[in-house]
Ligand binder design. Structure first.
Ligand code: FAD
Ligand code: NAG
Length: 369
């Protein structure tokens, strides 16, 4: 035992949650970390992998829940540093001014964000009852997830492609059980399960409290947009946002429908998103067109790069971060659960990864005690 203190940890899942958690554990030191996943960020976009479909921006939904706020604040701090001018991940982020309007008049308690200010009612959009502005950042999700993967590999992490049927396959067979032609097993000391929506079906987890919240988006090319804007109503489902990326692409959304499994963009929803976004942000239409006439959504259609949808991995009761023990031959090993991030997997990624690391270290110290 004492000859090899390095612990073998297998992370299941390579979405933003699995990648961030794997990196957090690897960079702590003392762990040999392998990611096993069915889909990686360099694969083509698929509805089985939510992370590539997100906007994404950091606009916390904690609304005064102090535990969630701490998680989101910690993540913001890490991302703010990563997005620093000249830093290696700068290109994955756009720092910008965000404006949020609330049709229901609720206060999201984002006073902790930089440059926070309440808007005066005379600058509200029609029907809004409250408005704020602050500084935040947006995340270019394909670039960022691939950055996380590259950093993980560069620091000595290993990746294995595999569709896990039951966590016991990982516990007993080791990560290379999924590599064709490989023989022999490798000791696994702990598993971290970050399967997103896969938590519904993955053996050893099978959490029926996990459900999809479908979000449809339209990706447009509008490099002149350098600010973010959102308008929302909690109850009636209205939720419109404009999220520009550093690349000049802009994500327009959105929808939020529980248990809707439709895997492709619905044309009528795209039309609805374009209408809402044009009303919220007429600046989306090129300035020369606006100078000529009152713009319509037909002026937005030529800007479309892609339409699609993703399934936010939501969970009744919120994110699950705790530990279960699973049989691995003669002994039992800990499984740290980290899934169910719903619509906030980016903005809570580093905070939840830190909790998962704490639980991992705690369990492994019990294990050898
Ligand atoms: C339209 C839209 C907009 C969004 N906007 C934002 C935003 O602005 N800010 C924000 O913070 N969040 C946003 N989100 C939410 C965010 O995208 C999710 O919370 C996040 O991507 C969840 O990441 P994940 O790693 O848990 O899941 P996923 O990205 O789905 O990754 C799951 C991983 O687990 C693997 N896996 C699952 N089951 C198995 C198995 N049995 N065997 C092997 N591998 C398995 C998959 O292959 C994949 O690698 C948005 C989501 C959508 C859809
Ligand atoms: C680390 O994990 C990889 C992949 O599972 C494995 O091939 C390698 O032998 C491990 N290294 C050590 C030092 O245990």
């Amino acid at each position: 035992m004492s000859t090899n203190n390095v612990k073998n940890v297998v992370v299941v899942g390579a979405g933003v949650v699995g990648l961030t958690t794997a990196l957090k554990v690897l960079e702590k030191g003392g762990f040999n970390v392998t990611i096993v996943a069915e889909t990686f960020p360099s694969d083509p976009k698929t509805i089985r992998y939510t992370s590539l479909w997100a906007g994404a921006h950091h606009v916390s939904h904690a609304e005064g829940d102090l535990k969630q706020q701490k998680i989101d604040e910690e993540t913001f701090k890490v991302m703010w540093e990563m997005s620093a001018p000249g830093g290696e991940a700068e290109g994955c982020f756009l720092r910008l001014q965000q404006t949020d309007y609330f049709y229901d008049g609720r206060n999201p308690h984002l006073e902790w964000m930089p440059d926070y200010a309440e808007l005066s009612p005379d600058s509200f959009i029609p029907d809004a009852k409250f408005g704020i502005k602050f500084t935040t950042l947006t995340i270019d999700t394909p670039a960022y997830c691939n950055y996380l993967l590259a950093r993980f590999l560069a620091r000595g992490g290993t990746v294995v492609r595999g569709a896990v049927q039951h966590l016991q396959q990982v516990a007993e067979g080791g990560p290379h059980a999924f590599t064709p032609g490989r023989t022999g097993t490798q000791r696994v000391d702990a598993i971290i399960a970050c399967p997103g929506l896969g938590a519904r079906t993955l053996g050893g987890v099978e959490d029926k409290d996990v459900f999809p919240v479908r979000g449809q988006v339209v990706l447009v090319r509008a490099p002149w947009i350098k600010f973010g804007r959102t308008a929302s109503h909690l109850q009636d489902g209205r939720w419109t946002y404009v999220i520009p990326r550093r690349s000049g692409d802009v994500i327009l959304g959105g929808t939020k429908v529980d248990n809707d499994w439709c895997p492709v963009a619905r044309p009528e929803t795209t039309t609805d998103i374009l209408e809402r976004c044009l009303a919220l942000c007429p600046e989306l239409v090129p300035p020369e067109v606006r100078a000529e006439r009152t713009p319509t959504i037909d002026d937005l259609r030529p800007l479309i790069v892609e339409e699609g949808c993703g399934f936010r991995p939501a969970r009744k009761g919120g994110v699950r971060i705790d530990v279960e023990w699973i049989k691995a031959g003669e002994k039992e090993i800990p499984v740290v659960m980290n899934y169910g991030h719903g619509g906030g997997g980016y903005q809570s990624s580093w905070g939840t990864a830190a909790i998962a690391l704490e639980l991992l270290e705690e369990s492994l110290s019990k294990d050898t005690a």
